[in-house]
Design a protein around this ligand. Structure first.
Ligand code: ATP
Ligand code: MG
Length: 398
């Protein structure tokens, strides 16, 4: 039988209801296009209740499949055999598709996007089911079939397939607006970035490094993580922000137990300045409540006090094991655990204050030229852009 070249892509109907529907579907089509670039995909377009993809002859289906599993907004997808929208053609194709398959139970699920088709879905299921039962000797099981044969009837064509691949779920990239993620080289913040991407946000990544105060590999890690995360949105901007000059000033002005919170407040101010310029409307961190001393409600309140944008914390209620498991699934874990020196542990005591009040933070920062430090950091930041299929480009921001 000829290698099929049509892929049927489903999205979660509920999420795509209402007036925004065309916008969501267009974003999904765009996401699929970008994800499958360079893999011999002839076209991607909006079909009836699904997104359609057609491959060139000889395209690398396993590679296309692997990429499709990363696209946000896909519920399920399948490589489908195509034929004409006539009963005999469909019945013949079902026979061909099942030839050589061994199974004890099955069911047929027909979907008619074209309601003018002569038989109802029920009638199709019954007639095709009878054919398969007689020819294979297998029994029909509506609850737990070993094989599920899906028949999709469109106005001019019909499709048959037996196996579907689970998609990433979530919402299409770009439908949720832009967010700026404070991304350390650690385990948590890349997971936070991915969680926002899966909800349709485009994530701009911001990494603060203490080079040359520490040699550290944190910049290389951030670049590697950006490249890994780019597999989920296919167009990623990473800002590398030098934090050392600012840290040296904080060191002189701020007592040790308050430094972590002071560092965080500066990160928020700088990230906001970058976010505003980049069109991002919220900040994102990888904090999870109580995970470390700096992530208490009091400290979070004090950190939030300098923000004018919302700070989203998608991991706030997650346990470390859950975050680690997610990092492993999305492929960032191995990079995150590479050794490096975090800029925030620099010159800070082992147990920083768990309750830095807003007034205290403001008081210890009072002698610092805050706006100047923020502007300097923004100006000295380095930008890397990751686009699918092209090497990263680095440049100074305009
Ligand atoms: P992670 O695993 O993301 O490093 P963590 O559990 O180590 O998080 P902290 O080190 O307290 O927690 O950092 C809390 C959050 O602050 C991080 O999740 C991240 O969003 C932000 N952050 C910390 N360090 C940096 C950094 N060097 N650059 C950018 N953001 C940072
Ligand atoms: Mg960390």
């Amino acid at each position: 039988m000829e290698q099929p070249r049509d892929v049927l892509i489903r999205f979660h109907e509920v999420a795509l209801k209402g007036r925004n529907r065309p916008m969501f579907i267009n974003a999904l089509v765009e996401g699929v296009r970008r994800a499958t670039q360079g893999l011999g995909v002839r076209r991607v377009w909006t079909g009836r209740l699904m997104v359609r993809l057609e491959m060139e002859p000889g395209a690398d289906w396993p590679a296309v499949r692997a990429r499709l599993t990363t696209v946000s907004g896909i519920a399920k997808f399948a490589l489908a055999h195509r034929t004409g929208a006539e009963y005999d053609a469909i019945a013949g194709l079902v026979r061909e598709v099942l030839r050589g398959e061994r199974f004890a139970s099955f069911r047929i699920i027909t979907n008619r996007a074209d309601k003018r088709f002569a038989l109802t879905s029920q009638e199709m299921n019954a007639r095709l089911g009878e054919q398969v039962r007689v020819e294979s000797g297998a029994r029909v099981s509506l609850t737990r079939p070993e094989v599920e044969v899906r028949v999709e009837i469109l106005p001019r064509e019909a499709f048959v397939y037996v196996s579907e691949t689970q998609g990433a779920g979530g919402l299409p990239t770009g439908t949720g607006g832009r967010v700026a993620v404070l991304m350390s080289g650690g385990i948590d913040s890349p997971v936070a970035a991915w969680r926002m991407m899966r909800r349709g946000c485009r994530a701009v990544l911001i990494h603060f490094h203490a080079f040359p105060l520490v040699e550290g590999r944190s910049r290389e890690k951030a670049r590697e993580l950006a490249e890994l995360l780019n597999a989920y949105q296919y167009d990623t901007r990473l800002y590398l922000v030098p934090f050392a000059p600012l840290q040296q000033q904080v060191l002189l002005a701020v007592p040790p137990e308050f430094r972590v919170v002071a560092y965080r407040r500066f990160m928020v101010r700088i990230a906001e300045a970058i976010a505003r310029r980049d069109g991002a409307r919220a900040l994102v961190t990888g904090e999870s409540l109580g995970q470390v001393g700096s992530q208490t409600l009091t400290n979070i309140t004090t950190i939030d006090a300098v923000a004018t944008m919302p700070i989203l914390r998608p991991l706030i209620g997650m346990d470390k094991q859950e975050i680690v498991a997610q990092a492993q699934r999305i492929g960032t874990f191995e990079t995150s655990i590479l050794p490096d020196e975090d800029c925030c542990t620099l010159f800070t005591p082992r147990s920083p204050s768990t309750a830095v009040h807003v007034e205290t933070a403001a008081h210890v920062e009072r002698s610092l030229p805050i706006e100047e430090l923020v502007a300097q950091a923004v100006a000295a930041s380095e930008v890397h852009d990751y686009v699918m299929g092209t090497p990263a480009r680095a440049r100074q921001p305009a």
